[in-house]
Design a protein around this ligand. Sequence first.
Ligand SMILES: *Cc1c(COP(=O)(O)O)cnc(C)c1O
Length: 364
Amino acid sequence: MIPISSVKLGPDVENKVLEVLRSGMIAQGPLVAELEHRFARLQGVRHAVAVNNGTTALSAAIEALEVGPGDEVITTPFTFIATLNAILETGATVRFADIRAEDFGLDASSVEAQITDATRLLLPVHLYGQSVDMTPLVALAEKHDLRIIEDSAQAHGARYEGRGVGSFGVGTFSFYGTKNLTTGEGGIITTDDADLADRLRILRNQGMRARYEYVLAGHNYRLTDLQAAVVLPQLDTYDELVATRRAHAARLTSSLEGIEGLELPRQLEGREHVWHQYTVLLPVGVDRDQVVAALAERGVGSGIYYPKLVHDYDTYRSRADVIPSSTPVAEDVVRRCLSLPVHQHLSDDDVDAVARAMREVLAA
Ligand SMILES: *Cc1c(COP(=O)(O)O)cnc(C)c1O
């Protein structure tokens, strides 16, 4: 089976982890600081604060901006559930705006209708590794005096008009096992604001500024040096990883072009896509479950990210703090999306096998 994702860490990671293990300094320490320094550089921001996962990165960022009960956040319904859960964790209320099919990201022209007197924050998600169209969102945030947090969990290194994602507002990233950069579990927050970074460091560490001086009711959101040791060597070769994924995406696109009704993902003008996922929209009317099964019969793994809009679960339906709205583009995309293997461990033959299987299945 050609898997939709694959984690293979090399001897460089093994050696670094062993070094930390043998040092006995396994909790948060100098390697976390090194990771923060290097990650800030990757995204082109002044500060990065590492935390224990991408979900706490989001909730800590929201909390640090002092958004909470009584405040409203506008986000996309087409995202991983963590985006919604992190907002709810802070006590804020969530409204949803529609997305653009061409980049699967929040559509600024749909956001304005969701703004109320209680709105404090826009929370776009850079899905699959490509930046949302930030310019109109930034303009909207300025017009209505709103903050921006960019859920960049899937978009390490992605750029929009030359600037790293997570540099337009506060950025949050995940280092979960299947993300482009991984510590197993982990996350990081990016900002140019020194005071905000300071507040995040305090929130991460039980609200403590100096030893036993608690200036906030905080959390334990710390990442460990053992985890930082896993991802630091990946940063050395991250450009190559992205280049490989980009080449696979281009190869898939040239093999899949011209299939009636099939919409292929594109790297849009002014953006640098890091290809966390290669996600197509199946022709209207095609039975997606059958496509997934037929691909599996041909030895090709695929993934549905995501099968439902986040508010479309019974768990959230009767909550007063989750306010759905009409989002026709997201509703169409959620029914037709299918992600194909694009990761760095595929060979060109694997990529060709994926494309061939897709052609066969859609011709049937
Ligand atoms: C992975 C992911 C998260 C959550 O990150 P974790 O590290 O798994 O907590 C949040 N948002 C999106 C869009 C993600 O893909």
